[in-house]
Design a protein around this ligand. Structure first.
Ligand SMILES: NC(=O)c1ccc[n+]([C@@H]2O[C@H](COP(=O)([O-])OP(=O)(O)OC[C@H]3O[C@@H](n4cnc5c(N)ncnc54)[C@H](OP(=O)(O)O)[C@@H]3O)[C@@H](O)[C@H]2O)c1
Length: 344
């Protein structure tokens, strides 16, 4: 479709009678305000969160009508008169929380999520505050950079910032989705011993190729905590990326090594669950709530990615007009790694 140059095409998630649906809308291209940057978005990646939001199942309710997707990358095409952090033409990715720069988050910074409280990236042009962007890692394509802001930063924060992972750590990764595969890659690159669970032997084979030292099919081995202990000489997991929630938390806790850390991230098997205080106490173990991370986390992750030449695992790339198919791919749970949408 040929549009007048001052327009942009966006996907809009609209709420009708309690259900959300995706539509394509043509709107006026925004002018960047004093400290804003206009980004020509080239690629977006979807997260499980985007599917939850579409189905009205996300624990942090979004606006009733919004441009979805937290994760996008593109080039800077216009600068506000006082914007100084970037130059025209630079290749950038948006940060999940537009106002969480560093240190501890506040209610205000946690209320600045793209594709949730704020319009997201599934749009030809996105106007963001200059503080809410990072440079893409060297040598990355837009499709690769678009995978990083939510899944990559969450895995990084859980393992490194909060988990303080050490070489030699046994690292338990649940499933083979977006967060999980970044966790696997980071753990392997940092000298850890990744142990991956999946419902699919074929996906476990791919996990081994990416550096998994041990794999467990959680459908064939429903009591997989015992298998984690067996795979670690009864030491257990020093780091756990807990993306399962209700249906997996008790077994994750039972998998913990002494002094271990469980990063409470997700709800693939239902959001919530109880932490048995005595199990942590007896183990000198720690549980942390993880909600993505700050811009400083993103920048530290990018430096690590460059140092270790890590490339994200992209499951499939969809064209903009097929955005709904990308949502379907995630909802079906068939993907391995990240699902990406390319913009025109
Ligand atoms: N707190 C945060 O900041 C944050 C950030 C990102 C994501 N999350 C949450 O973390 C979870 C993962 O997000 P994502 O985007 O990585 O999801 P995703 O890409 O959709 O992950 C899907 C994969 O999870 C695995 N899975 C499903 N049920 C499982 C179970 N019972 N046990 C183990 N693995 C299971 C499956 O792997 P197999 O096909 O291999 O079985 C599935 O393919 C979601 O609940 C999401 O909301 C939270």
């Amino acid at each position: 479709m040929n549009l007048p140059t001052e327009h942009r095409r966006c996907v809009l998630l609209r709420q009708d009678n309690g259900t959300y649906r995706l539509t394509f809308e043509q709107t006026k291209r925004p002018e960047p305000g004093p400290h804003e940057v206009l980004v020509r978005v080239r690629a977006v990646s979807l997260n499980r969160r985007d599917v939850y939001i579409m189905h009205g199942q996300y624990p942090m309710p979004p606006r009733p009508q919004l441009v979805p997707a937290s994760d996008g990358a593109g080039e800077v095409v216009a600068l506000g008169p006082q914007a100084k952090r970037f130059r025209l033409g630079e290749r950038v990715a948006g940060t999940f929380f537009q106002r969480w720069i560093d240190g501890r988050p506040s209610a205000q910074t946690l209320g600045s999520a793209l594709g949730g409280q704020l319009d997201g990236m599934l749009c030809e042009y996105a106007c963001l505050g200059e503080e809410g962007l990072v440079r893409m890692p060297q040598g990355y394509s837009y499709e690769q950079a678009a995978t990083l802001p939510c899944a990559g930063v969450t895995a990084w924060n859980g393992l490194m910032t909060r988990g303080r992972m050490q070489p030699g750590d046994n690292v338990l990764i649940l499933g083979t989705g977006g967060v999980a595969i970044f966790g696997l890659q980071f753990a392997a690159a940092a000298g850890g011993r990744p142990i991956v669970t999946s419902s699919s032997d074929a996906k476990l084979e791919r996990a081994r190729e990416l550096g998994a030292a041990a794999t467990i099919n959680y459908l064939k081995v429903p009591q997989w905590a015992a298998a984690v202990r067996a795979a670690t000489d009864d030491v257990g997991a020093h780091q756990i990326l807990e993306v399962g929630g209700l249906g997996t938390l008790q077994q994750s806790i039972a998998s913990l090594a002494g002094g271990g850390h469980v990063a409470l991230i997700g709800g693939l098997a239902g959001f919530g669950g109880d932490i048995p205080a005595m199990a942590l106490l007896h183990n000198n173990a720690t549980a942390s709530g993880i909600y993505v991370g700050s811009r400083a986390d993103f920048e530290a992750m990018n430096a690590f990615i460059e140092q270790h030449s890590i490339r994200p695992v992209i499951d499939r790339v969809y064209e903009f007009d097929a955005a709904a198919d990308a949502y379907e791919r995630i909802a079906a749970g068939e993907h391995f790694g990240k699902v990406v949408i390319r913009l025109p």
